[in-house]
Design a binder for this molecule. Structure first.
Ligand code: ARG
Length: 460
């Protein structure tokens, strides 16, 4: 091999201990940085030429060579070499092999420390964009179901006990609310990641007259970092992005849990598409919601990624430390896991077939209109506390008689309180009960429709 053998140079006589070499090498995971590493090197080489630090001819040879090496490494035509440690040394060594001496000028005024910090920020920015697309994809799927089920009623729950009737669309859009916060958290993390560390050198910049603004601009960064020591040692952007990912995953776990529950025979609210279920090796009748369960479970993994990240960075002295290499895998794992789970959730939501009759039947058992009775009395000038008490008393009577609240006759109601009149019947109809909750954020038909339209507008 004519190129640099690893980054150790002639300071070293012997090779790394084999196990040490294995643990030291990062190419097994940082090969993901290839497109960003090459983009960073191209911007750097062009800047070096513009600054007169290398010739235009060398810059052209470097840029062409980098494009070829990228293609060869990405296609598998060239194999990654663990002896070369990481993606950076693999690319540089192959470049020198391909174009000779000009390749040896690429690393002028640069260190792997500012190089990897740059690559990782570019990775984080690209990942944020993909995550946002995946979030919007899931939001679209929720919207389609919400539109289709604008008139499907279901019990809303607290403590997983039937509480008050709501619209299925309103329930689905609760997830849109979570996902829209997730989206803005990711965009916010990306906003802070959007600074170029290139030019920070190993820790203290460089004596050579480089142009940091130029490389930042060609890489699409909005600005440059302001402190070289911080810039090479900072992984806040990864921690923030993974933190946002962990919260996305928490939301997906709640969705997964509801799909698991709703698809049980006990609930019977929904059938999940076969593409997202598996059978049992023993019980032929089973159709298990495996993917909903796995989406729920992956949350532990992504939360673990975040814990790993903050723990690795905690207590590190300035500036670069090799510990920072360990921040890469949790970042990749979180991004890849969440991106996949969002895509799965999107397909799973689109595949749902709701049993609207079962949902409706669930409203009609469990005295879900008890609050309506109390609200009715309030409109008749009874204090809420007294009204609540009377409604509770009526629930007890209905339960004793083995009937629903709505089945109690007016005579019984009037015995409980003389303010009850014939118009109370209208209050006990669940459809009207839902539509009476006509306020911003509420489940009334017009409000939910307006929300659907607002969100559709936002996603357009
Ligand atoms: N693979 C290394 C990392 O991810 C690149 C930087 C190496 N720098 C160094 N001084 N050894 O952190």
């Amino acid at each position: 091999m004519s190129g640099p053998k690893g980054a150790r140079g002639r300071r070293f006589e012997g090779a790394l201990d084999p196990i040490a070499a294995e643990v030291n090498a990062s190419v097994g995971f940082d090969h993901r940085l290839l497109p960003h590493d090459v983009a960073g090197s191209i911007a750097h080489a062009q800047m070096l030429a513009a600054q007169g630090l290398i010739t235009n001819a060398d810059a052209t040879a470097i840029v062409d060579g980098l494009r070829r090496v990228e293609h060869q490494l990405a296609s598998g035509e060239l194999a990654w070499d663990e002896a070369l440690e990481d993606v950076h040394m693999n690319v540089e060594a192959r470049l020198v092999e391909a174009i000779g001496d000009a390749g040896r000028r690429l690393h002028t005024g640069r260190s792997r420390n500012d190089q990897v910090a740059t690559d990782l920020r570019l990775y984080a920015l690209a990942a944020a964009e993909k995550l946002i697309d995946a979030i919007d994809g899931l939001r679209q799927a929720l919207l389609v179901q919400a539109r289709a089920h604008i008139d499907t009623l279901m019990p809303g729950y607290t403590h997983l006990q039937r509480a008050q009737p709501v619209r299925l669309a309103h329930h689905l859009l609760a997830y849109d609310a979570m996902l829209s916060r997730d989206r803005s958290r990711i965009a916010d993390a990306a906003w802070r990641a959007d600074e170029s560390p290139l030019g920070s050198g190993a820790l203290a910049g460089t004596t050579l007259p480089i142009d940091r603004d130029r490389t930042a601009q060609s890489l699409g960064f909005s600005d440059v970092t302001r402190n070289s020591l911080d810039a090479v040692g900072d992984r806040d952007f990864a921690i923030e992005l993974v933190g946002a990912c962990a919260l996305v995953q928490v939301h997906l776990s709640r969705l997964g849990e509801e799909l698991v529950l709703w698809s049980t025979q006990e609930f019977g609210f929904v059938k999940i598409g076969e593409a997202y279920c598996s059978g049992s090796s023993l019980m032929p009748q089973k159709m298990n919601p495996d993917l909903a369960e796995l989406v729920r479970a992956k949350t532990g993994r992504v939360a673990g990624d975040w814990i790993a990240l903050i723990t690795i960075v905690k207590g590190l002295p300035l500036a670069y430390n090799k510990d920072l290499q360990e921040t890469q895998e949790p970042l990749y794992d979180a991004v890849e896991t969440v991106t996949a789970c969002l895509a799965i959730a999107r397909g799973m939501i689109a595949s749902l077939v709701f049993d609207t009759k079962r949902m409706r039947a669930a409203i009609d058992a469990g005295h879900l209109v008890a609050t309506e009775l109390a609200d009715y009395l309030v409109t008749k000038d009874v204090t809420f506390r007294e009204a609540h008490d009377i409604a509770g008393h009526l629930v007890r009577i209905a339960t004793e008689r083995g009937v629903e609240l709505a089945a109690l006759d007016l005579k019984t109601l009037r015995e409980a309180h003389p303010a009850f009149e014939a118009d109370v019947a209208g209050w006990l109809d669940p459809v009207r009960a839902v539509d009476r909750r006509d306020l911003v954020g509420g489940p009334a038909r017009q409000r939910v429709l307006a929300e659907i339209e607002r969100i559709e507008q936002e996603l357009r």
